[in-house]
Structures are given as structure tokens and as C-alpha cells.
Design a protein around this ligand. Structure first.
Ligand code: PDD
Length: 281
């Protein structure tokens, strides 16, 4: 069965959807994106994703192609047309199509593309194994651009080594995972995660999970940490819209929490799911 996708104002079968070869998303990665989880047919953390989209666009001197209310309507319509229960909506906004020139074109209309993916979000999480690699990305990782080649190369390196993901290291400290924010839990039970800056993406799941953790009375410290500290932590985990709270059970060959999902990561995932069921719209 072919999906219905959204391209520039129309819902069309995926094999009929077209974007110009001159689109700046294609030529320059001059585009930003969002991935919003669909949970029980509803959208999770939708407002957070749209707020970040607006910020990403603003940082690149672009505007929202349609207002938030229309975005919600489009997301819901796409979810409905594709009958998605659990999965995600991928959304991409590019500066539009124009003859190739490094200078931003004037008077072109943006390209807005959206599609859905089905994905199990609540399966049992055994925990993932990660390796550290140098963070080779550009300096504005706080903007959710579609420049994902580094992330793709990193995932391939992990796969080649029989692992699940990579943790990125810059100037001796962990920035984030290839497509997620990362955390360690100290032996004293404190959650440590890098503070927000231009070095990492401000994860929407990160914000939600840190809020829930604080409500649980867990202590949170936002600061950089090294791979060495992580390898010696009590447990570790990662968060993203499509993987929720994922326990990390091995970092560069060092086993954490006895090789099984740590209790804090497990609990936070349960709470995030529980709250998500209530708050999804
Ligand atoms: N990735 N850091 C990076 C580099 C990411 O690509 C992502 C998300 C996150 C987590 O952000 P959020 O909690 O808002 O999903 C952190 C998405 C899921 C992706 O590219 O598929």
C-alpha cells in the first residue's frame, strides 16, 4: 500500500510526489526538519516540535510556511490518511527552488514536505551498545537542519563494529548521540546531561524527560561529561522523539548496569509513555 504524503499544499500518493532538482534543500541542505512521534494515533510533544521548528527557521532567516494551527491540521490529516497508530510524522521545510547560487534567492516560495512512518514505540528496551567517535559536525547543531551525513556515517561505523549507535566527542567531552541526547546516572543517582548550547540539539524529548525526572525528585546536573566518566557511571541512556528513553548498556566496550537496562532509564521511559498517553493531542 502506497503512503499518502504532503507536498506543497497537496496530499498525493508517494510515487507521484515531486520536488524540483533546483530545490535548495537538495542542493545546499538549506532546510530544516522535525520528527514528531505519533502515539496511539495522536501527536506527542507537538507544541515543542513546532516551537523548535519556528526557531530553527528563524535562525536561518526563514519563516513558518504555514501557521501552527494549520501545521496541526496537516499533521492530523496525514496521520488519518495513512492510518498511523504508532510512528512519526517527518516534516521538512526548505528555502525553495531557485537557480543554483550561494546567495539566498528572493521571492521564491518554500517547499513543505511531510510523510509518515510506522514504528513500534513501546516495545521492551534491552538497551543499546555505543561507541564514541569524534564529533565532526558543523557549529550550529542547535538548528535542526537536514545536514545528516555525519549522523549517517556514524551509524554506519557503529553498525560495522556490531554496535547500535555512536556518542560524539568534542574537545574531550560528549556532545550528544548521533540522533539523540545522552545522559549518565552517577553512582549517587544524579542524572548528568550536557547543558544546551550551539553544540547540541535542544531535544524536545530531553525537555519533557528532564521535567518528569525533576518531578520524581531526581537530581539533575547539566554539564559536560567525558567518555571515561560515562564508562564508569551507574547507568546511561539516550532520548529522542522516536526512541523515547533508551537505556545504554555498553560504552566503548565497558558494560553498564550489569548489561541490562538501568532502573532509572527504565522508570523514566515508563513515566514518559504514561504521560505521553495523557498529553498527546
Ligand atoms: N533526531 N540530537 C540530535 C542530533 C537529533 O537528531 C535528535 C533527534 C535529538 C533528539 O531530539 P528530539 O527529542 O526532539 O527528537 C538530539 C530525530 C528523531 C531524527 O533525526 O530522526
Amino acid at each position: 500500500m502506497s503512503r499518502t504524503v504532503y507536498v506543497d499544499g497537496a496530499f498525493v500518493p508517494e510515487d507521484e510526489a515531486k520536488v524540483s532538482v533546483f530545490d535548495r534543500g537538495f542542493l545546499f541542505a538549506d532546510a530544516v526538519y522535525e520528527v514528531t512521534a505519533v502515539f496511539g494515533g495522536k501527536l506527542l510533544d507537538f507544541d515543542g516540535h513546532m516551537a523548535r521548528l519556528e526557531r530553527s527557521l528563524g535562525e536561518l532567516d526563514m519563516e513558518m510556511p504555514v501557521d501552527r494551527e494549520k501545521m496541526l491540521e496537516l499533521h492530523r490529516e496525514l496521520v488519518k490518511r495513512n492510518n498511523v497508530q504508532d510512528g512519526c510524522v517527518y516534516l521538512q521545510v526548505t528555502r525553495g527552488a531557485a537557480d543554483r547560487d550561494f546567495v539566498f534567492p528572493k521571492g521564491v516560495s518554500q517547499t513543505l514536505v511531510m510523510f509518515t512512518q510506522n514504528k513500534t514505540l513501546t516495545g521492551e528496551k534491552k538497551g543499546i551498545k555505543v561507541i564514541s567517535v569524534p564529533d565532526i559536525r558543523w557549529g550550529r547543531r542547535d538548528i535542526k537542519t537536514v545536514q545528516l551525513l555525519a549522523a549517517s556515517l556514524n551509524k554506519m561505523e557503529a553498525k560495522k563494529q556490531g554496535k547500535d549507535d555512536t556518542w560524539l566527542v568534542e574537545d574531550g567531552f560528549v556532545t550528544e548521540g548521533s540522533s539523540n541526547n545522552v545522559y549518565i546516572v552517577t553512582k549517587e543517582g544524579k542524572i548528568v546531561t550536557r547543558q544546551l548550547s550551539r553544540s547540541i540539539l535542544p531535544g524536545i524529548t530531553r525537555a519533557a524527560v528532564l521535567k518528569l525526572a525533576a518531578e520524581q525528585g531526581l537530581e539533575i546536573e547539566e554539564r559536560p561529561f567525558t567518555i571515561d566518566e560515562a564508562r564508569n557511571a551507574a547507568e546511561a541512556f539516550a532520548t529522542s522523539a522516536t526512541t523515547f528513553v533508551t537505556p545504554v548498556v555498553e560504552i566503548d566496550g565497558a558494560e553498564l548496569s550489569g548489561g541490562v537496562a538501568g532502573p532509572i532509564a527504565k522508570r523514566l521511559n515508563e513515566i514518559y509513555i504514561e504521560e505521553g498517553r495523557k498529553s498527546a493531542i
